[in-house]
Design a protein around this ligand. Sequence first.
Ligand SMILES: C[S@@+](CC[C@H](N)C(=O)[O-])C[C@H]1O[C@@H](n2cnc3c(N)ncnc32)[C@H](O)[C@@H]1O
Length: 197
Amino acid sequence: MRLQDARRDHYRKLAHEQGFRSRAAYKLKELNQSYRLIGPGFYVLDLGCAPGGWTQMAVKLAGNQGKVMGVDLSYVEEIPGAQIIRADIEDEFLVDEILDYFGRKVNAVICDLAPHVSGNWTIDHAKQISLNYECAKIMDKVLMHKGNAVFKVFDGEYSMEFRDFIKKKFSRINMTKPPASRKQSSELYFVCLGYTG
Ligand SMILES: C[S@@+](CC[C@H](N)C(=O)[O-])C[C@H]1O[C@@H](n2cnc3c(N)ncnc32)[C@H](O)[C@@H]1O
C-alpha cells in the first residue's frame, strides 16, 4: 500500500471509530491544534458543511457554551448540538437566518466549500474561488471584531488574488495544508486570525 493510501485509510478508520462523518473532520482538528481557530464557548458558522464532519468537530471544540450552525445545499442529517440550514450561500435571506440563530456576531467562520467538480481544473478552481468570495461577503456581515476564519482554496491562478483580498481584513493569515489533507490534492487552507473588517 502506498503511503498516501495508508494515510487516507488511517483517517477513514479514525473517523469511523470516533463517529465523525468525514475524514475532513481531522483537517479542522489539525488546523485548530496549530492555530486555535475555535475555542470553548465560540459561536461558529460552518459554510459548505455536508456531510457534517467539520460541524461535528466544531461542536466538540466549542463545547457546551458554544453554538454552531452549518449551511449546505445538500441535505445534512441532524447533528446534536448544531443547527443545520439547507441553503445556497448566495441566498439573500441567509445572513438574517444566521444572525437570528446566534443572536450576535460569531467568533469563527469556517469554509470548506467545493463546487461540483467538472474535471477541468481551470473551471473548478475559478468556481471554488468565487464561492470563497461569496463566503467572505457573509463573513463581513456576521464575524465579530478579532474573530477567526478559515477558507479551503483549490490552489491555482486566482489563489493569490483571493489571499490579498482576504489578508486586508485580518491581522494575520497563514496558508497551510494539514497532514489530513492528501498531498496530491491541490487544496490549501487559508487560516485567518484577528478580523479587523
Ligand atoms: C468538501 S464538502 C464539505 C465537507 C465538510 N466540511 C465536512 O467536513 O463534512 C463541500 C460542500 O460545499 C457545498 N457547497 C458547494 N456550493 C455551495 C453553495 N453555493 N451553497 C452551499 N453549499 C455549497 C457542497 O454541497 C459540499 O457539501
